[in-house]
Structure formats: C-alpha cells, structure tokens
Design a binder for this molecule. Structure first.
Ligand SMILES: Cc1cc2nc3c(=O)[nH]c(=O)nc-3n(C[C@H](O)[C@H](O)[C@H](O)COP(=O)(O)OP(=O)(O)OC[C@H]3O[C@@H](n4cnc5c(N)ncnc54)[C@H](O)[C@@H]3O)c2cc1C
Ligand code: SF4
Ligand code: SF4
Length: 621
C-alpha cells in the first residue's frame, strides 16, 4: 500500500469476485447494469463465483459515508444514461425529482462594488447595462439565448442523495450485490503489479494511525476485479495513480469546490418546479452559481469556487452567502429556510486528467476516471454511463471466464468507452476551459469557441498547478489593504485561532452577513444543519499536513481560509494548522487548495487526503 500507510500486521482476509470502492452515480450505474445481467433466462448465473464456488459472482461495494444517500450535488442532467437504464422512468417515484421546465443563464452585476474585476470585464458589464435584457433594479442580465452545449432541456433536476438511495435500494433488492456504507477503504492491494483487492481502514488506532488498545486491523478484501469509483479526490484512485503513474501528458490540475444548500422556499415564491438557473459574474467573476427548483417548494442552490481563482482567501461559505443575497436571487429566497448544506470537490480536468482507465485486475469509472464534461458542466450522466459501459463489459468477461487482465478490460470496457458519446463529447470539451487559466473573459470566450465549433477552435493556455496560481495575501490586496494592516490582521486572527478571510473581506467592502438564524446562518450552524456525523472513535485522521516545515514557512495558509467545514484552524502558537475531524465534511478541497508543493512531488501539495470516518449525513443533498 502506498500513501494510506497501514502497519504490516496479520490481517483477516476475505475473498470476493468483484469489489467496488464508493457508491456514487458511477458505481450505481455499474451495479444496476451488472445486477440485472447476472442471471441467464433459465435462472442459472452467467458465471460461477471463483470466491464461493456454486454461487453467482460475489459483488461487494464499500462506501465511506454513513449511508448510500450521501451525494452533495443538486443536479440538472440530460440523464441520457439514466434513461437508458430506466426506459420507463417515472420521476414522481424519486423524491425531489422533476423534469426541467425552464432554463436561464444570468449574469449577476455587482450591487456592492466589492468584487475584483478586470478593466475588460468592467467595460463588458457597462455594455450589458445598455442591453434590453438588463434589469437595473435587480442588477442582473438574463442572457437572451442559451448556447446549445449548455442546455439541459429536455432533462431532469435531481437530488443526488435521493437518487442514489433510490438506485441503491434496487441494486440491493436484486440480491446480486451487497453495499456496505460506513466502510472506508484505505487503499488498493497490489501483488506483482496486479491490483488484487482493497484494504479497509484500520480501527482502534490513534489520530496518527498507530495501534492502541482495541486495535482492529482493516480487513483485506481480495477480488479478481476491483472497480474504482471513489470520485474526484478518492484516496484509493489516488494511490493507484501513485503506483501506476498517469499516461504521458496527463495531469490533474483543475478542480472546483461546490458548496450548496437545500432550502425551503418561502410561501408565495413563484418559482416553478423544474426551473434551472445558472449564474456568473458575482460574487466574484470566477464564481459560478446554480439554482434548481424541486417539486415540493424546495430548491438546491450553490456556488462553485474553482482552482483557477487566484485568491488566497477563497472562502466558499461567505461567498455563498453574498451570492444568495444578490437581489436577483434574494427576492425568491428571503423568508425561506435552510434545510441542509454540504460541500464537495469536482474534478474539472476532464480529458486532460484522464488516468489509465483499466489495468490488470481493475477498472475506473466516473469522476475518478476523468469523465466529467467540463464544457457542458455535466458529471452525473457521464459517471452513470461509464458505469453502464463497464457493467456491460464485465458481463461479457464473466461469460468468457476472463481473469480481468488489462488486455481484456481494454478490449471490452475501454473500447466501449472510446466508442461512446461520453468520449466524443469529452473530446469536444477537452480544451474548453483552458482559457480560464488566462482570465475570466478569455475563459468564457474559449468555452464559446470550443462549444460552437465542436472543439475545433479553442483558447489555448498552459495549465498551471493550482498552487502555482496563488499569490501572497499582500500581492492580492495590493492597493486595497496595506502590508502593515495585513500584518495586524494576521496577528489578531492568529491570536484568536481564526482564519483571515472575514477580516480581509470586511476591509475591502464586503458587508457583514445579517445572520437571521433561518436562511443566513453561521458556518458552524450550517455544519449541524448539514447533518454532521461524528467521526467514529478509533480511526486515524484523514487530513494530513505532510511536511511540517512547509506549513511553518507558509504565510497564506489558504487551507484554513478555504476549508469548507472550518475543520482546519489557525494554530494560536503558529506553524502547522490544527485539524479537527469532527468538523470535516470530507469535501477534499484542502488537497488541491494548499498553496505549497510537496517537496517530493511537484504535482502534489503539502496536504494528504485519506479515507476517513465521519462527514455529513444528508439524504436530500
Ligand atoms: C455542488 C455540486 C453540484 C453539482 N451539480 C451537478 C449538476 O448539476 N449536474 C451534473 O451532472 N453534475 C453535477 N455535479 C457533479 C457530480 O456530482 C459528479 O460528477 C458526480 O457525482 C460524479 O460521480 P462519481 O460516482 O464518479 O463520484 P462521486 O459522486 O464523488 O462518488 C464517489 C463516492 O465514493 C465514496 N468514496 C470516496 N472515497 C472512498 C473510500 N476511500 N472508501 C469508500 N468510499 C469512498 C464517496 O463517499 C462517494 O460516495 C455537481 C457536483 C457538486 C459538488
Ligand atoms: S497545508 Fe498548505 S496552505 Fe496550509 S499551512 Fe500547510 S503549506 Fe500552507
Ligand atoms: S479539512 Fe475537511 S472540510 Fe476542510 S477542506 Fe479538507 S476535506 Fe474539506
């Protein structure tokens, strides 16, 4: 095992035929396809289990979160893969699901004057102000036309949590696969270069992972085939990449954190179920927003803070509140109630970051395989569809009696994937976001070029590693806050054990958030509303500051500013930040937000994100 070090001690071992890591839409699509095809029409299994002769193949899925409905993502999707799996899909059977009825893209102008904008953008906004679609009282410009590549109609809005529970209950009802929530996988097992299964996380250890009284070494689960579906920051996929490397020229450098809420809309709100709003422009030009309206007068809404936002105090929580209070949105939200909250990383490298899709004994699906389409902003349909393609391939291989070699998986799964719409659309999207490396305007133009030309024209830019983009706080606030004021803020906040972002944002004109205990609540209250689950005792910490000397020399400490759960805090004694796993929501954003490189690996930062216990429990997220 690589980064997920566990001590070499005798361990129990169990045999299965297929083991899956994570239960997101990718593995849900895989298990739906596999479980339906596992029995022949005459009632015999398509293959005999090698782990349990005389039985059908034994399939087990381990999910880290405490339930299979954990999926922090309000979703609008064309749902082509989902509809292919469920041709008679009746959305009324899935709580919080609706057909898309109306779609808008809205540019939000800054009603406060605190956003940081380039001269070109300011000029563009002046022009927008003169156009007919601009509502000056709402400080918003509704785009008269939505580019076809962004349109999701016909499509559906879903709660990822509800959808995964619905799909998961059908898989389990089939009796063809077991799903075990609350079971983090520590890492892959390799034997002579072949992936031979996974190791579950140790229990009865201290925070550093050292055995204590009651030590229970994580079990080894041996399987002929391991399916990696652990998402954009999955530690198991990450460990496989460390072992196998990435294909020549590939790199995973683009991410965003999505922070969202489910809210109960106020009485009298006239938003129709199935309404989809996409916003850009505010609170900072780099931050995109979304709102999807569900049938029961509730809505999923939130923002994305990308890794190319060159801001050393990129706090998603405060920006989310400013975004909600924008007059265009607040007219619908004021008087409503927050029902749940959460945050999750999105892998936005797409094709640039595509790893080896298969190897001896393993295959990857979903976001950990680079499937998310960065042009259309669609991840669920792609993740689910890669799961279907792998499911079909595995059924073929089971019938053949294959031992799941790299060659077999490439001949079936990878070939199907290359021939699918996921691949052809990913190729169009490959360079669609590169322009954002040079600036927001360049990024938007680049997206339009790629989308309208089918990927033939792009705005080319070299893709920097996220940490290479982060300026010092002094540089970022140059001309707005003096270095001596920053030094004082740093001193005061360090003494109080607080991050700097609130003090810095206040200083440049962001107004205080008028907390109302209902829709606008403190970050700590949001953790509780989000359904914070205590980490089980006896697990090791899952966020690690790798080289303490690097943290000690770090002035930005962006890990603290950007932490979605306020789980990383200023150490009043200076130096290495403090991590409190009881507040961690497992969004993985610290992994790529850290502003310093790992001295041993320029593609990695100084933070390690491992499999751990706890996080959020919210079936409606
Ligand atoms: C706020 C937000 C809004 C979004 N909106 C949209 C949208 O409107 N439309 C759209 O198409 N996409 C959207 N996305 C993207 C979409 O959610 C992802 O593309 C999709 O969830 C990827 O599916 P996946 O199965 O590959 O991975 P994930 O959904 O990330 O699932 C991976 C699973 O693996 C589990 N796991 C991780 N590590 C381990 C481990 N070590 N052991 C066991 N289990 C583990 C995780 O807990 C998780 O359940 C959004 C994302 C966010 C965050
Ligand atoms: S984890 Fe990264 S950002 Fe945080 S203090 Fe250490 S080096 Fe700085
Ligand atoms: S410490 Fe936890 S909550 Fe904070 S950024 Fe890292 S994973 Fe997210």
């Amino acid at each position: 095992m690589s980064e997920n070090q566990t001590p070499e001690v005798p361990r129990q071992s169990m045999e299965a035929d297929i083991v899956c890591v994570g239960f997101g839409p990718a593995v849900a699509g895989f298990l739906t396809t596999l479980s339906r095809g596992m029995m022949n029409e005459d009632g015999t299994p398509v293959a005999d289990s090698k782990a349990m002769p005389g039985m059908p193949p034994q399939v087990i899925c381990y999910e880290r979160a405490d339930d299979i409905g954990f999926g922090v993502s309000g979703v609008v999707t064309k749902g082509r893969g989902i509809r292919a799996s469920f041709p008679d899909l009746d959305l009324s059977q899935i709580p919080m699901a609706s057909e898309v009825t109306e779609e808008k893209v809205v540019y939000l102008l800054d009603p406060i004057g605190a956003s940081r904008k380039s001269g070109t953008l300011k000029m563009g906004e002046k022009l927008m102000g003169l156009m007919p679609g601009c509502d000056k009282s709402l400080h918003a410009f509704e785009l008269p036309w939505i580019p076809p590549f962004l349109k999701k109609e016909p499509g559906m809005v879903l709660s990822m949590g509800q959808f995964c529970q619905w799909a998961g209950s059908q898989v389990m009802g089939s009796g063809m696969a077991q799903i075990w929530p609350g079971t983090p996988v520590a890492g892959p097992l390799f034997e002579e270069g072949r992936l031979t299964g996974v190791r579950l996380v140790d229990q009865g250890v201290n925070k550093q992972g050292e055995p204590e009284a009651g030590f229970m070494p994580g079990m080894d689960i041996k399987a002929a085939l391991t399916i990696l579906g652990d998402g954009p920051v999955g530690p198991v996929s990450h460990a496989v990449d460390q072992e196998k490397g990435l294909p020549e020229g590939k790199h995973q450098r683009d991410y965003a954190v999505g922070m969202k809420m489910v809210v109960q809309l106020p009485e009298g709100c006239d938003l129709k179920p199935g309404t989809v709003l996409h916003t850009l422009g505010f609170p900072e030009p780099e931050i995109f927003g979304f709102m999807y309206v569900y049938p029961d007068m509730s809505a999923s809404l939130g923002i994305f803070v990308p890794s190319w936002f060159d801001n050393p105090v990129r706090t998603a929580y405060r920006y989310l509140q400013h975004w909600m209070m924008h007059p265009y949105l607040w007219r619908w939200l004021e008087g409503g109630t927050l029902r749940s909250w959460g945050a999750k990383t999105l892998g936005e490298s797409g094709k640039h970051g595509e790893p080896f899709l298969a190897g001896d004994g393993y295959a990857r699906i979903g976001e950990c395989s680079g499937s998310t389409n960065v042009l259309t902003g669609s991840g669920v349909d792609e993740a689910w569809t890669t799961g279907i393609l792998l499911g079909e391939a595995v059924l073929e291989l089971l019938r053949e009696g294959s031992d799941f070699s790299k060659e077999d998986l490439e001949r079936t799964y990878v070939a199907k994937r290359r021939a699918s719409w996921v691949e052809s659309e990913a190729l169009v999207a490959e360079k669609a976001r590169d322009g954002f490396q040079s600036g927001v305007v360049q990024g938007l133009i680049g997206m339009a070029m790629s989308g309208l030309s089918g990927g033939k024209l792009n705005w080319g830019s070299a893709i920097k590693r996220p940490y290479e983009r982060i300026p010092s706080i002094e540089e970022f606030y140059k001309g707005r806050i003096t270095p001596s004021e920053i030094a004082q803020i740093r001193k005061d906040c360090t003494a109080k054990g607080q991050g700097l972002h609130d003090a810095l944002m206040d200083k440049v004109g962001w107004p205080e958030i008028p907390l109302d205990g209902q829709m606008l609540i403190s970050h700590q209250d949001a953790l509780l509303m989000g359904g914070k689950v205590q980490a089980n005792p006896g697990y090791a910490d899952h966020v690690i500051f790798k080289h303490h000397s690097v943290c000690e020399a770090c002035n930005e400490k962006i890990c603290i500013e950007a932490c979605s759960g306020q789980a990383i805090a200023m150490n009043p004694e200076g130096g290495v930040p403090l991590f409190d796993r009881e507040k961690c929501v497992h969004c993985g954003a610290c992994l790529w937000n850290c502003s310093k490189a790992d001295p041993k690996d320029p593609e990695a930062t100084n933070v390690a994100f491992r499999a751990g216990s706890g996080g959020l429990h919210s079936a409606e997220n």
